[in-house]
Design a protein around this ligand. Sequence first.
Ligand SMILES: [Zn+2]
Length: 204
Amino acid sequence: MRAMAEPADQIHARAVAAGPGGRLPNPDFVTWESFPFEVVDGALVPKVLAAPTDEAPRKGEGGQDCFLCADEVPGVIWTNERWRVKHLERSGLPMVLMLEPIEHLDLPDLDDDLAGELGRITVWLSRIMERLPNVERVHVNRWGDGSAHLHVWFLARPTGLPNLRGTFATLWDDILPPGPEDVWREDLATVARKLATHDGRAQV
Ligand SMILES: [Zn+2]
């Protein structure tokens, strides 16, 4: 096994070759209401804040029609009795994983045992991902505005690409073209195998 996230020079070469003049196309999120900027008279400026509205219901609110409670959840790479780690579709960052409770719970619903376990798995998974070659940092996030079932994001930020620092890594994940599938799959298997040395079972 040769788990090795891509080095910065390969990501850079792939990205600048993918669009004319090295510029990649706009991602979908620039059309979202929540995207904060727009071009007015040729200048990029913040949008005028929209008027208050009722909150839209989240997917799976109250456990109804929750796609994370389905019998078959795609992309699972590791599980124990209470938690699972899954990958999303291949994207611009070298690896994006989600940690979710099996049971329909949101973050404030966790009892002290589950809260402790969330902390331990978060530390294990962050350490394992940050030790992959060419991964500089793993950003851990919980937003939860879309789905009521807890899903904690783990976003691996590559070493040596200054545009990708901080919160902007989440945007570049949608902007950059995905890397090689074989490298990604090897890295997923490595992370699952190492996590299983702490607890649970690798599923890939
Ligand atoms: Zn659920």
